[in-house]
Design a protein around this ligand. Structure first.
Ligand code: NAD
Ligand code: MG
Length: 403
């Protein structure tokens, strides 16, 4: 029996994880579940999965939540705050940690899992983008078993020979004959929108992804191609690749989740219906395979697959992420933080969709980029970048204060 902590249990990835776990209750047991504000959902999770711990991000509603647990006859213990999340990620009873908190908020508890050498199913790409080399050094140092469950990175991982799958080993993919990684992207809901049309798009349109059902932040990132920028950085760190050997391919059907090219001319692709339960089940069971509850792929009904080059002029977020990775140091953390603030402002109606890259670029130019020599340095860069991004938003929005 594997004991699992799900960080961000009430989110889209969290729900898919619990669905897969429930199909295999003889193999996986929920140890701890964390949530930010959806306490009704956390209560339902506790009733169904009976974890040892339920962890809330803040005190708000904690007393009432405890009472509701007692009323339901559950002995789940309630804890509050980041420290409690770190404990749930590093406890000796825990085998697997699913890192599914959205954004920089997931960094500290995810690193706690890395530093205790757990199997980590990584969805929270922002944590890796922010701390890059520090994160991967910690994976190697503590012998953590890092399994990417971002669908593209999971696809790449599946297309590698087993010897190359140990991401805490330092042998390069080139030594295994890999020449290129082809990172696929749906292109999001605005793939064919003109610059003029992009000026008018609403949060509701941005959150309506054509193929995937996801949280609001990643949905906006998919629409702006920032998600692909973050994923390019994620791929470089996970697989120790130079950005030049990762090529983004728009593939609107989201059937091929990414590909690996080898020196003999072969390209291996991983395909499947766009359902996150496939990579999650893979990460939970690796190196075995278990049923994920996913509909089998019917290629006859799909018929054709298409590929296009991304347009970085209409979608500057991809370029900004690439530039940040090339700059190195704290630049990716700055871009990530400014993006989080800008996306939040867009979702609240404070700025336009096309202002997101403007806010990020302003924040990147304003601050100084330093060596990312410690996690504290990165967290400080994140804090300052949020301040710069808020200032940029206030300038754009004509004084509207956006938190
Ligand atoms: P979501 O918004 O649906 O869920 C986010 C989760 O994080 C919730 O459980 C929420 O309670 C928690 N959370 C939010 N803010 C928090 C805070 N300040 N402190 C503690 N917890 C907090 O997001 P999602 O779509 O499930 O995405 C989660 C992560 O997985 C993101 O990093 C995203 O990029 C990545 N990811 C998601 C998908 C997908 O299909 N949804 C695919 C690939 C990668
Ligand atoms: Mg992805």
């Amino acid at each position: 029996m594997k004991r699992v902590t799900v960080l961000g249990a009430t989110g889209s990835i969290g729900r898919s994880t619990l669905d897969v776990m429930a199909r295999h209750s003889d193999r996986y047991e929920l140890y701890a579940a964390t949530a930010h504000s959806n306490l009704d959902e956390l209560l339902s999770i506790c009733i169904k999965h009976r974890p040892k711990f339920a962890i809330l991000a803040t005190d708000a509603g904690a007393a009432d939540f405890k009472q509701r647990l007692r009323d339901s006859g559950l002995s789940t213990e309630v804890r509050v705050g980041v420290e409690a999340m770190c404990e749930a990620s590093s406890a000796k009873d825990v085998d697997v940690v699913v890192a599914a908190i959205v954004g920089a908020a997931g960094l500290t508890p995810t690193l706690a899992a890395v530093n205790s050498g757990k199997r980590i199913l990584l969805a929270n790409k922002e944590a890796l983008v922010m701390t890059g080399g520090l994160f991967m050094d910690a994976v190697r140092k503590h012998g953590a078993e890092l399994l990417p469950i971002d669908s593209e990175h999971n696809a790449i991982y599946q297309c590698l020979p087993e010897a190359a799958q140990r991401l805490n080993d330092s042998a390069s993919l080139a030594a295994h004959g890999v020449t290129r990684v082809l990172l696929t992207a749906s292109g999001g809901p605005f793939r064919h929108f003109s610059r003029e049309q992009l000026q008018q798009v609403t949060p509701e349109q941005a959150c309506k992804h054509p193929n995937w059902s996801m949280g609001r932040k990643i949905s906006v990132d998919s629409a702006s191609l920032m998600n692909k920028g973050l994923e390019l950085i994620e791929a470089c760190w996970l697989f120790d690749l130079a950005p030049g050997s990762v090529q983004v391919h728009l593939h609107p059907e989201s059937i091929i989740h990414s590909m690996v090219e080898y020196v003999d001319g072969s390209i291996l692709a991983q395909m499947g219906n766009p359902d996150m339960r496939t990579p999650i089940a893979y990460g939970l069971a690796w190196p075995e395979r278990v049923d994920a509850g996913v509909e089998p792929l019917d290629l006859f009904s799909i018929g054709k697959l298409h590929f296009e080059k991304p347009d970085k002029a209409r979608f500057p977020c991809l370029r900004l992420a690439e530039e940040a990775f090339a700059l190195g140091g704290t630049a990716p953390a700055v871009v990530n933080a400014a993006n989080e603030v800008a996306v939040d402002a867009f979702l609240q109606g404070g700025i336009r969709f096309v202002d997101i890259p403007v806010v990020i670029e302003k924040s990147l130019l304003k601050g100084s980029i330093v060596r990312a020599d410690s996690v504290e340095t990165v967290i400080e860069a994140d804090r300052v970048a949020r301040q710069y991004a808020s200032e940029a938003i206030n300038e754009l929005a004509g004084g509207v204060i956006v938190p």
